[in-house]
Design a protein around this ligand. Structure first.
Ligand code: F3S
Length: 279
């Protein structure tokens, strides 16, 4: 049985960087470290970090003074930095540099008097964080219909930024609509290529194998998207860990492809790969 692993499977640059930074801090800490919100949406990975001393909280008030707190790759609003300073809590900032760049744009343009428009999901932590750099005053929209029904004021200047994982086609459609509505609007394409690259690699490898295995959380939307892309080409199995593999099914295939969602650590992908190779 041959195994092929998709390029760009699993963690993107930003998540890998954040997870490595968090691990290093945990190795150096004696009493464990707090994280504001779950580090990542993968329960197997989080439990390994918890065994090492990670304590997840949802509010800075749950953290005693003089402790450290990890800010995850999604980033947070400016108020969290100020609140931590007030409470004498040290921030270990693993915010992805691409997200940091959006924070800076939101702050700089809002300071210059621009109204910020964020294309993204208003409930997503990344978007909540971005909004926190322009006084929680951004217009947030995520569909073409919302863009079409938006009224823009000709006396105002607007700056549009984008959640990093938004689809480029949708972004292009929305900027077409918004640019008709205001003369004083500038667009900053802050989409990160990682999601698209992972999806493209999944599609490419699906065309070279007899079946695909997609490793990732059942509730992870980017994993489910990969499952959809692969299953349009070959039979596809979605699993969280190697224990869910069905050997009787797999032995029907000669070449098996593997890809993984954005929250799946390398060691889980390796476990799956080694297990299949051993069949
Ligand atoms: Fe990942 Fe950072 Fe892009 S977290 S998806 S590399 S914006």
């Amino acid at each position: 049985m041959k195994v092929k692993i998709a390029k760009n499977a699993g963690f993107c640059f930003g998540v890998k960087r954040a997870m490595n930074m968090a691990w290093q801090e945990l190795e150096e800490s004696k009493n464990g470290i707090y994280a504001l919100g779950p580090l990542i949406h993968n329960k197997q990975a989080v439990s390994v970090y918890e065994d090492k001393g990670l304590m997840t909280v949802n509010d800075l008030n749950e953290i005693p003074q003089h402790e450290n707190v990890i800010i995850r790759s999604h980033g947070v609003g400016e108020n969290i930095y100020l609140e931590a300073k007030d409470k004498d809590i040290t921030i270990i900032d693993t915010t992805c540099p691409f997200v940091k760049k959006i924070h800076k744009l939101a702050k700089d343009f809002s300071d210059k008097g621009y109204k910020i428009i964020v294309i993204g999901d208003k409930n997503h932590p990344e978007v909540i964080g971005i909004n926190g750099w322009c006084s929680d005053d951004a217009i947030i929209l995520k569909t073409l219909e919302e863009a079409k029904s938006l009224d823009l004021n000709n006396d105002l200047k607007y700056c549009v930024v984008v959640q990093t994982t938004i689809n480029l086609d949708l972004y292009n459609q929305i900027i077409d609509v918004l640019s008709q509505k205001s003369k004083h609007i500038i667009f900053k394409n802050t989409i990160c290529a990682a999601t698209k690259e992972r999806q493209q690699s999944a599609k490419e490898i699906s065309n070279e194998v007899d079946c695909m295995i997609v490793v990732g959380g059942k509730h992870s939307s980017n994993t489910q998207k990969l499952v959809k892309i692969c299953s349009e080409v070959v039979p596809t199995f979605a699993i969280e860990t190697k224990d869910e593999l069905n050997i009787d099914e797999l032995i029907k295939f000669d070449t098996i492809g593997i890809t993984a969602g954005a929250s799946t650590p390398d060691w889980i992908i390796e476990e799956v790969t080694e297990y299949i190779k051993s069949i």
